[in-house]
Design a protein around this ligand. Structure first.
Ligand code: SF4
Length: 81
């Protein structure tokens, strides 16, 4: 079975700077509602005010890692799913 990874965005920490989306638009977007980052519906497992969680395939791991490294408030974590 192909590897899957869990992406977790701490939306309390997120400052809505758009850097994650700029680095990896396949996964990340800013929410219309509160202007903070969320996982796009295609990969989203759950989003609420505090957190957005997604499940991504290995093919998007590097993309997600670039967003993790670029986020100025370290609000994104990736872990094996
Ligand atoms: S880079 Fe970090 S702070 Fe900026 S929108 Fe993405 S999660 Fe939020």
């Amino acid at each position: 079975m192909p590897a899957r990874y869990r992406v977790i965005i701490d939306r309390d920490a997120c400052i809505g700077c758009e850097v994650a989306e700029n680095h990896c638009p396949e996964i990340f977007m800013l929410s219309d509602g509160d202007g903070k980052c969320r996982v796009k519906p295609r990969y989203e497992a759950r989003t609420n005010d505090a957190v957005s969680i997604g499940i991504i395939p290995e093919s998007l791991l590097r993309c997600a890692e670039e967003a993790v490294e670029a986020c100025p408030v370290s609000a994104i974590v990736i872990e094996p799913s």
